[in-house]
Design a protein around this ligand. Sequence first.
Ligand code: PLP
Length: 384
Amino acid sequence: MPFFSQVATFEQLWPTIENALEDVFRSGKFSHGQQVGQLETALTHYTGARHVIGVNSGTDALVLLLRACGLRPGDGVLVPAYSFFATASAVVLAGGHPEFVDIDPRTHAMDPAALDAAVTPRSRFVMPVHLFHTMADMAAIGAVARRHGLTVVEDSAEAIGMRRHGVHAGLHGAGGVLSFFPSKTLGALGDAGAVLTDDPQVADTVAALRHHGRTGRTLNDFPAISTESALPGVNSKMDDIQAAVLLAKLTVLEEQIARRAELAAAYTARLRDVPGIVRLPRTTAERPDDRDVHYVYLIETEHRDALVAHLDGQGIGTEVYYPLPLPHQPAFAHLGHRPGAFPHAEAAARRAVALPFHPDLDPGDLDRVCDTIGSFLATTRTTA
Ligand SMILES: *Cc1c(COP(=O)(O)O)cnc(C)c1O
């Protein structure tokens, strides 16, 4: 049983995708063409963002967003200590300095109180991340940001469809991103991403930066690149083949999100009373205008590594998100963060494991995963 599969989705959507791909092939324009424009428009409607700019990956989207929001070399960017590596590497690629903040164990997102304590004189940005199924507390983070004069940008790469107070993820500050990596809730056939923003100036700058800094139609419009202004563009255009696939999958996204919610509720109902599991995802939103989206289904147990090995032996795929807190990655060893400095991030990195989860997951398979976990934890706990 694979951890993730979208074979059934592709079978269901194949006639639509085949037509869209044929349009791309006949158009002769394979990059930054018509399908990309159509996808950007469709995503403004889906998210409510005034501007959506398609780029090559979620990581590029973060780098270009930070630069378009005026990040200067050496600026401090507060990020959670627990996330995918790209959250912190994007800060470095944009020229910034990552400043790590511990998480709230209930949401796995940046803890607003820890954020307040982590602000330094060089901090200029705060970049909360919305992980797995729910958003960071954007109201509390926004209040801390205002008090310290920080610009808020969101790593909403995992958060398509998530809302707080009726506002889609990525639109609670200066801007956010989407990733369309194949395993994401809206996944392409390879890499693709987008920037979301309501700010026309940020949108224009990202649109120029993704295409060598170009603002007009001719080569003469390339801006001068000086070491002072230092906003050289990159090549981060989106492929039309990816846009065509994403447009087709967008038509069933809401249906798939509803199916994900049902499967998450079924997992939680089966696992709620299993001793040895210390945390399960929340499956009902706190307020009516909030919406969670189950991108992955993640549990926490102190027996994580043994459980992963046991499930693997039974042919059940899992993923460990994320095995090492960001400040303890070798890439950030030079910052000198000690073990114990981010206790909630460290506990999640030690205990969290994501179970097989995608809209086409067979309910019988879900039962088998839960039975296998239940009997394994029962014996592990009595022999431990
Ligand atoms: C997937 C992801 C990214 C990066 O997106 P890519 O499209 O893979 O570059 C960034 N941040 C988080 C939290 C992610 O999950």
